[in-house]
Every structure is written in C-alpha cells, then in structure tokens.
Design a binder for this molecule. Structure first.
Ligand SMILES: Cc1cc2nc3c(=O)[nH]c(=O)nc-3n(C[C@H](O)[C@H](O)[C@H](O)COP(=O)(O)OP(=O)(O)OC[C@H]3O[C@@H](n4cnc5c(N)ncnc54)[C@H](O)[C@@H]3O)c2cc1C
Length: 362
C-alpha cells in the first residue's frame, strides 16, 4: 500500500484570532528616513514595495515623515506621493532636528497608536535598525529584520522572508497575533519604483508632545562621518570586486585599477575585510552591502550563498575564476575561466584604450 503523502507545510492551525484591540489596524506604512532634510533612497524602494502590499490588501499606503524643517518635510511628502503613497503623516518639531532614538520612537509609536497601521516598514540602515527595534519593543509587536522579500499570504498576513542559519536557508516569518507587523529591508534589496510626476495625496499633521527638557539625550555637536560618502557601493552603476582568489592585498590593487578606469566602485568578499585588504563598508553580501549595478565584475570570488544574495540584483554579472565549477558560474551571466591576476590588467588596459578612443571620437 502506498504511503499517505504528508500534507504540505502550512501555518494553518498556528493562527489564533487576532486580539480584539488589533481588529481595526489597517493600511500599510513606510517610515521614511530623513537625515538633515535628505531622504534616504531606501524609503522610495520601500514605498514601491509598500504600494504592492497595500494594493494586494486593498488598503491605503501611507508614509511617515518626521523632522524639524517644514519645507524639507513637505518636499519629502511630495516625493512620497509620487512614489506611491496615498497619505503622509507629518510630524514637525524642533526636537526632531537630529535623530535621537528616544524622540523618534515616541513620535512613531504615538502615530501608530493613534492611526493603527497593520504593516510598518523601515529601511535596514543604521538609523532604521535602531528605530525599528525600539518601536517594536515599545509597541510589543514582532519585527522581522533585514528581509529579502515581502508578500501578503492567502490569509492577508505579511509574509516577511529573510536569510537564516548563516544565509544557508531562507525563512518566512509571520507576526500573527500582534500589530503592526513590522519589517526592515536593506537598501537596494528592493527595486527602485518609477515615480509618477504630479501624483498627490493627503497630508495629516500630527503634533509631537515632547519638550526638549524632558529628553535625556542631548545633541551637543554634529560631526559628519568623513568617510560616509566614499563607498557608494549600494547605488553604483558599475562595481568591480575581488575575492581570496586574488591571493594578496597587492594583487587586489588590480581590482581598484579596473574600477578607476571604468568609473566604478570597488568592493570584495568578506574574507578580504577580515584580512584587512578592504574596509568593512566595501564588503558585498549578506552581512555587507547589497548592490544592484548595471555591471558587476567579480574576480577570484567563489560565489558562496552569502555573497550571492548581495549581488544577484545586478543586471549583468561577469565572473572571472580559474575553477570552471565555481558556484559563481551558476548565476553569472558571463563566465571567464581565467587567472584574474593576469586578466584584470589586460581588461584595464583594453578598457582604458577603448574609452580614450571613444572620448577622442566624441
Ligand atoms: C554568517 C556569514 C555571513 C557571511 N557574509 C558574507 C558576506 O556578506 N559577503 C561575502 O562575500 N561572504 C560572506 N560570508 C563568507 C562566505 O561564506 C564565503 O566564505 C566567502 O564569500 C568566500 O570568499 P571568496 O569567494 O573571496 O573566497 P573563496 O571561497 O576562497 O574563493 C576564492 C575563489 O577564487 C578562485 N581563484 C583562485 N585563484 C584564482 C585566480 N588566480 N584567478 C581567479 N580565480 C581564482 C577559486 O577558484 C575560488 O572560487 C559569510 C559567511 C557567514 C558564515
């Protein structure tokens, strides 16, 4: 007799009825990240995804903007509408001039308690991670950090997928019995949506009832990070990266030389950070940066899963590896079986020649 096939894995039976106090939670929210009036691009990526989730749920998409400059907040709100928001919750107060966890947490949790969204998304940036954790703790709800995919399941819950067990598995996490369902997503994991110029919506202003005297943290002086705008890997059009196959820090210079000729950013696999060949902000992969360039050239990188998850959004992946069975060839669009130490200088020279001919002709 044939064995009965086990039923497919399901979360059926795990769901209790949503507690009464959460029954009215509706709509999808994106907490936009503004620092000194500048919106972080991850906010737009989240609005693009939030729009899809809201449409699937048949609810509104709202953005939250907080800061001290009314002008900057209105600019951010205009952008939020063009990137898909139907509504913007705006909190303008001098105490929000600089990011302080205590203040931002109060502003966002007050809004959530008042307007009750069912889903709340933030960027997994330094600021977003800090804020999401304290907001989730204050609201006593679940937070799924560093998601790689967001969806609405057949029962209408947020299905938040993220790597687990060192990136070797993906797990999908549900927050079934609490609201809002919170998730963070790293920059460049989601595609940038197309804005719709002129699209508008409603602005709801909300006061922040917090006096400077009641805030424990004080900003004495703001010093910009000297290196903060150096490695723009996440948003670069072309990235050249190296791995352990390059064998030495000296050989890694070949990656930098090719990057320079192409006007590209350079980066590398995690072991290179551990060896001190590159700084941590140039690590690409699960525990480094996620990139989405038009062209990614990987030299001497094996293509381990933790590296792959950070690069597979690239339009064109070119891999150079001496081992024809290297895992990177399974997802590269173009594979070159060659010694990178020999090939990189040849590529640099060829591109330099080609680009200077084009410049002269142009
Ligand atoms: C929790 C966790 C998080 C991690 N996060 C990251 C992450 O964010 N990013 C990341 O990159 N890794 C990460 N890793 C490490 C990852 O598992 C791999 O160990 C790492 O990516 C391997 O780096 P590599 O490809 O440079 O080195 P190797 O795996 O040693 O590969 C070197 C490659 O170079 C090739 N090669 C050798 N000589 C040459 C040559 N002369 N020319 C061309 N090719 C040559 C070899 O065939 C080989 O394929 C993480 C691991 C863990 C456990």
């Amino acid at each position: 007799m044939a064995e009965a096939t086990p039923p497919p894995a399901s979360r059926a039976g795990t769901k209790k009825a949503l507690p009464e106090k959460f029954q009215n939670y509706r709509h999808v929210w994106v907490a936009m990240e503004l620092e000194h009036g500048q919106v972080h691009s991850v906010s737009y990526e989240l609005l693009g995804e939030g729009r899809k989730l809201a449409d699937k749920r048949g609810v509104e998409l709202a953005a939250v903007v907080m800061g001290d400059s009314r002008e900057a907040l209105h600019r951010a709100a205009t952008n939020a509408f063009e990137f898909g928001a139907d509504k913007v919750y705006l909190v303008c107060d001098p105490v929000l001039a600089h990011y302080r966890n205590e203040v931002a947490t109060k502003a966002l949790t007050d809004l959530v308690n008042r307007y009750q969204p069912e889903i709340l998304l933030l960027g997994a940036t330094n600021l977003g991670r800090d804020l999401a954790g304290s907001v989730a703790t204050t609201l006593e709800t679940g937070l799924t950090a560093d998601c790689t995919e967001l969806a609405i399941d057949e029962e209408g819950s947020l299905a938040a997928t993220r790597p687990t067990f060192g990136g070797s598995l993906l797990c999908t996490i549900f927050t079934l019995n609490f609201r809002p369902q919170m998730a963070t997503v790293r920059p460049r994991v989601l595609a940038m949506p197309e804005p719709v110029p002129g699209r508008t919506g409603t602005i709801v202003e909300h006061p922040l009832e917090l006096a400077e005297d009641d805030i424990v943290t004080k900003v004495v002086h703001f010093v910009a990070d000297r290196d903060s705008d150096k490695a723009q890997l996440a948003y670069a059009d072309i990235v050249v990266a190296g791995g352990l196959g390059l064998q030495s820090a000296e050989n890694f210079q070949l990656v930098k030389q090719l990057a320079e000729v192409l006007g590209a950013e350079y980066g590398g696999s995690r072991p290179l950070v551990q060896k001190g060949w590159i700084t941590a902000d140039r690590q690409i992969g699960q525990t480094g940066k996620t990139i989405r360039p038009r062209l990614y050239i990987a030299a001497g990188i094996s293509g381990a899963i933790q590296h792959r998850v950070g690069v597979e959004g690239a339009d064109l992946i070119v891999a150079i590896n001496t081992d024809p069975n290297a895992p990177i060839f399974e997802f590269a669009h173009l594979g070159i079986v060659a010694d990178a130490v020999t090939l990189l200088p040849a590529l640099t020279e060829a591109f330099a020649r080609r680009l200077s001919v084009n410049r002269l002709a142009g």
